[in-house]
Design a protein around this ligand. Structure first.
Ligand code: SF4
Length: 301
């Protein structure tokens, strides 16, 4: 069990979780759960960009040892992979899960049991992967899980395309935010993720996540229990805008921002239709990105 009490325990004890669930359900009637603002009624079976109604569709539940060391720790991170996504990345490495559907539909009680199982296996946290469009179901499951004894922190492992409405629902629920910050330039976000306004939405989102939880904090074993950890994938030809992005993080978020500057880009899914990103990055492109991060003074994974 953690030495630090996750924030959702207090929120639950204060009786606020039920209100969050009610609000999330309301938001789904005219969906504003991400910056696409599809405004569809998901409770009536209408689908927006994420092609998800009110169901909780899961493709995998497992301890994961390949996350950043403060997240995976010694006994793994309890990952729960949700199907579909509110982003449309043409280079998605998990496109079978994020765009092609599949998986299993779980009830809120079953999702709660999955969390408890991961806790029983010794995982340091529950890691919700691509959870943005499923907030309502996750909150509902959390009430069952808390009643049954869930006591480990929750990680929100998302694409960075979060609306203020969604983040307000998560305030006092999520201890560790782990967003991608994919693109600095609007035209790149539109071209490669079909995400209008992504850079500004991501800037707003990480600021709010930081306001809620602060810089990443770890215990004596180096395992995270609160704060924000940002992931940034280096792209060919600096398409992600890494230099401007890390400078902004240092000056506008916090110089102590913990960032994983990732080198594993490879052309997947529809990337072959975009010749300029239809290759891996070079060693120099990655070295430049890390150097910019170091110059900005960020904590680099
Ligand atoms: S979560 Fe986002 S993409 Fe999905 S329906 Fe709501 S606004 Fe649209």
């Amino acid at each position: 069990m953690p030495l630090f009490t996750p924030c959702y325990i207090e929120t639950y004890k204060a009786g606020l979780l039920e209100e969050r669930i009610r609000q999330a359900q309301l938001y789904m009637e005219s969906c504003c759960l991400c910056p696409r603002y599809c405004r569809v009624n998901r409770l009536q079976g209408e689908h927006g960009f994420c092609r998800t109604g009110q169901e909780i569709r899961v493709s995998g539940i497992t301890p994961h040892f390949g996350e950043e060391s403060p997240i995976s720790g010694i006994r793994g991170s309890g990952t729960i992979f949700f199907v579909m996504c509110n982003l449309g990345c043409v280079f998605c490495q998990n496109y079978d899960i994020s765009h092609l559907g599949g998986g299993n539909i779980l009830s809120a009680e079953e999702l709660a049991d999955a969390m408890l199982l991961l806790q029983a296996k010794g995982c340091h946290n529950i890691n919700f992967v691509t959870p943005t469009h499923v907030i309502a179901g996750i909150l509902k499951a959390l009430t069952f899980a808390v009643k049954k004894g869930l006591r480990i922190p929750l990680v929100w492992n998302c694409g960075g395309y979060e609306s203020p409405e969604a983040l307000a629902l998560l305030d006092g629920i999520i201890d560790i935010y782990m967003p991608d910050f994919k693109f600095w330039h609007e035209e790149k976000a539109l071209r490669y993720c079909y995400a209008a306004g992504y850079p500004q939405a991501a800037r707003n989102a990480v600021k709010e996540m930081h306001r809620q939880t602060g810089d990443l904090k770890t215990d004596a074993r180096g395992i995270a229990y609160r704060g924000i950890l940002i992931r940034h994938l280096v792209m060919p030809d600096n398409a992600a805008g890494t230099e401007e992005l890390v400078r902004w993080l240092s000056s506008e978020l916090s110089p102590d921002t913990y960032i994983n500057i990732m080198d594993q880009y490879r052309p997947c899914f529809k990337a072959s239709q975009f010749p300029e990103i239809n290759r891996k990055i070079t060693a120099k492109e990655y070295a430049d990105a890390v150097e910019w991060g170091k110059q900005s003074g960020l904590r680099i994974d």
